[in-house]
Each structure stands twice: as structure tokens, then as C-alpha cells.
Design a protein around this ligand. Structure first.
Ligand SMILES: Nc1ncnc2c1ncn2[C@@H]1O[C@H](COP(=O)(O)OP(=O)(O)OP(=O)(O)O)[C@@H](O)[C@H]1O
Ligand SMILES: [Mg+2]
Length: 384
């Protein structure tokens, strides 16, 4: 990979041999510059006060101040510094915690150098991009609104919404706005590794939903072509967001994007209904479980009673697997509607991508897998 400037790395580990090993490995690759070493969290915090650092490669168990606490403080006081956690498999319960404290990635020990280098460069370029301001600024698009909905929790709505957004923005160079409209329980920000504070609550509190200019500071720029609005941090804030606010927001952003994608919650609130009404297409997600299909039967009935035709509602079976005791044909028969796309259950890849909050890695690390091909077909439904 070509980089104009080396990626400046601080190695934090209490074991000297480990630090030296990592230093030697990183110094073999000219993209990296090891700018320092720290034995504990306190030394990390001291170091970054006086030196420019792009990435801290952080061990978890360290004396004085451990890696988790140091990560938390860096996130608050030095949000531009990227933390990549190093941990042994047995500490896996700490990993999720580390991500919550603001770490952007993790690497499992014993270290595989190729993976370390790849992880560092990918994480660096991804987060550098997030900081760049999106080029979206003109009202020129004939915007389509796609919403992801389903009547059963956990079928993969968020996962599919996120992927469609990434595929269309990254692979098809469309301007995309992804909105977490699961106002009560939305977890899109977490799944995408977006830890910023600006949520839809701030937008509505400031009345920024009325003009695109006012909205710009609240948009999170995931990548060059993808902006994101995340849901309230607290479930109880959902009630402050009215149907009118959502209607106004959708009207305001209309024309500034090719595609707006809404990740809906499992409910028929007036907000949900307003978004479904405004949608060009509803991607109705079910999984291959009896309970999910039973819910889908009712959900599809509701779609029909709202006069949504099969042009508007596209059914997607996610987490499909052989041996589930049912086939796509069975589901079609039960819901009396065509299934437009199928995505296989692939826990290893999906869980990794969701846990590290880096859906973009589907198009790098996992690009040629069957599930990614199926996800692309889901995204392409917007042209059907
Ligand atoms: N194709 C898949 N294969 C394996 N795991 C999957 C797949 N799709 C989603 N998952 C996993 O299923 C879980 C639920 O996914 P997700 O959060 O996207 O569902 P959801 O429908 O948005 O849930 P909720 O109703 O809570 O909003 C996640 O842990 C996700 O990683
Ligand atoms: Mg969800």
C-alpha cells in the first residue's frame, strides 16, 4: 500500500520482549514508524501529550493503568488517536468492553505479523476517511428511500441495512445516507464502529431536521459516499422524536442522496409507519425459523392491508441454512409472496464483522465469499 506519511505507532505492553518483538516486526514494513513504547496506561497518556501518535497498539493487562482504562481516557481526550487492542483469546470478554471504551480494532495474540500489518493499515485508512467531510452537498438526486423492516427481532435487519449502505456507497459509488430509525433499541452506530455523540436526538433538539445546512454538522461521515445518522443513546429519548420530525428530516435530505436507507425497529409505531409510507421499497426481513416465519405471515398481511404491493415490498430470507426443516419455497407458500433474496447463515464472518464494528471488511477480507455475493444481490434489489 502506498502512503504519503508513515503511520505513527505507540506500542503499549508491560512485557519488554513483546514490545521489542512488535517493534522489530513493524520496522520491517516501511509504512510504519514506531514512535515510542509504553509499559502501562499512564505512560501511554503521558506520551500522547507530548508526541504525535496515529495508533496505539494496546495490551489489556498492564500495571498502574490498564489498557481498557487508558483506552477510555484516550477516546475522551484524544479522539483522533486510534486504539487497537492486543489480547489473548482467553480475554475475549474484555474485547467487547474494549470496543465500548472506544477501541477501533483488536488483534489476538500470539500475533500473526501479516494480520497485524493489514489490521493497522486498514483501521488507519478507515478512520482517516471518517474524519474527512463528505462531498455530499448538492440537491441533485432523485432519491430512493429503502427501509429494512421485519416483525421479529434479531433477524438481521441492521446487518442487511448496513451492508446495503456500504455496498451501494463503496462499490457502486452512490451517495448514501443511512439512518438508524430503530429509535428505541438501535445499535447501528455500535455495529459500524461509530462512537460519536451526535444522534438523531441532537438533530431534533436543535431543529436541524428543517434544513440540510443545519443538518450537516450532525451527519457522521462513515466514508466518502456514506453519511450516517444514529439513534438516541437512551431508549427513553425515542419518545421525543415525533412522526413530524422524521417526516421533515426525510423531506430535508431528499435530493441530497441517491439512496436513503432506514433501519427500522420491530414495531408499528407512527414513526415506523411514516417511514414505510415514504419508502420507495421496504425490504422485509425474516429468518428461517418457525417463529420468525409465523411473525412474517402476519407482517406481510399488514403490508397488504396498507396497500403496499409486491413492487414495494421485497422479502428477504436471512440466516438461511440447510437442515432448518424448511425451504424458501415453504416460506413463499406460507407468506403467499415471493422471496426476492436469500442470505445464508454465516456466523463466523458476520459475528466478526459486527463485533469489530467494521462492516467494510466484508468487501476486503471476505470479498469473494458466498454470503457477500448474496448481500450484493440484496442491495441490487433497489433497481428491481
Ligand atoms: N446471515 C447471517 N449469518 C449469521 N449471523 C447473522 C446473519 N445476519 C445477522 N446475523 C447476526 O444476528 C444477530 C442479529 O442481527 P441484527 O442486529 O442485524 O438483527 P436485527 O433484525 O436488526 O435485530 P433487532 O430486531 O434487535 O434490531 C447479530 O448478532 C448478527 O451478527
Ligand atoms: Mg436492528
Amino acid at each position: 500500500m502506498m502512503v504519503e506519511q508513515k503511520i505513527r505507532i505507540l506500542i503499549a505492553d508491560d512485557i519488554k520482549d513483546t514490545r521489542q518483538l512488535i517493534r522489530r516486526l513493524l520496522e520491517m514494513d516501511e509504512q510504519f514508524e514506531v514512535v515510542g513504547e509504553a509499559e502501562n496506561g499512564l505512560e501511554v497518556l503521558q506520551f500522547v501529550k507530548q508526541n504525535e501518535v496515529d495508533i496505539v497498539l494496546m495490551d489489556i493487562n498492564m500495571p498502574e493503568l490498564n489498557g481498557l482504562e487508558a483506552t477510555g481516557q484516550l477516546t475522551i481526550n484524544h479522539p483522533d488517536i486510534i486504539v487497537v487492542i492486543m489480547s489473548v483469546q482467553s480475554e475475549s470478554e474484555y474485547l467487547k468492553k474494549a470496543m465500548l471504551y472506544g477501541a477501533k480494532e483488536f488483534i489476538i495474540k500470539p500475533l500473526n505479523f501479516e494480520l497485524v500489518a493489514q489490521t493497522l493499515t486498514e483501521t488507519y485508512s478507515r478512520h482517516k476517511k471518517i474524519k474527512q467531510v463528505s462531498a455530499v452537498s448538492h440537491k441533485v438526486f432523485d432519491t430512493k428511500i429503502i427501509s429494512y423492516f421485519g416483525t421479529k427481532g434479531g433477524t438481521g435487519k441492521t446487518f442487511l441495512a448496513m451492508n446495503t449502505a456500504i455496498f451501494l456507497s463503496k462499490e457502486q459509488k452512490k451517495k448514501v445516507l443511512l439512518i438508524d430509525t430503530d429509535l428505541q433499541f438501535g445499535d447501528l452506530g455500535l455495529s459500524m464502529g461509530l462512537k460519536q455523540d451526535r444522534t438523531i436526538t441532537d438533530i431534533v433538539e436543535e431543529g436541524a431536521e428543517h434544513s440540510y445546512e443545519a443538518l450537516i454538522p450532525y451527519l457522521l461521515h462513515y466514508s466518502e459516499n456514506l453519511d450516517v445518522i444514529i439513534s438516541p443513546h437512551k431508549a427513553e429519548h425515542a419518545e421525543y422524536i415525533s412522526k413530524k420530525a422524521i417526516d421533515d428530516l426525510l423531506k430535508t435530505v431528499n435530493g441530497y442522496y441517491d439512496i436513503i436507507i432506514c433501519d427500522l425497529g420491530v414495531n408499528y409505531s407512527d414513526v415506523t409507519l411514516a417511514i414505510m409510507d415514504a419508502s420507495t421499497q421496504i425490504h422485509f426481513v425474516t429468518s428461517m425459523e418457525l417463529a420468525a416465519v409465523q411473525n412474517a405471515i402476519q407482517g406481510i398481511e399488514v403490508m397488504k392491508s396498507l396497500n403496499y404491493t409486491s413492487d414495494k415490498v421485497k422479502v428477504i430470507v436471512n440466516k438461511s441454512y440447510r437442515g432448518s426443516g424448511m425451504t424458501v419455497k415453504d416460506i413463499e407458500k406460507a407468506i403467499k409472496m415471493k422471496v426476492h433474496a436469500e442470505v445464508e447463515e454465516q456466523p463466523k464472518i458476520v459475528r466478526h464483522v459486527m463485533n469489530i464494528g467494521d462492516p467494510g471488511s466484508l468487501y476486503t477480507r471476505h470479498r469473494h465469499t458466498k454470503i457477500v455475493k448474496q448481500l450484493n444481490m440484496v442491495a441490487n434489489l433497489i433497481d428491481s
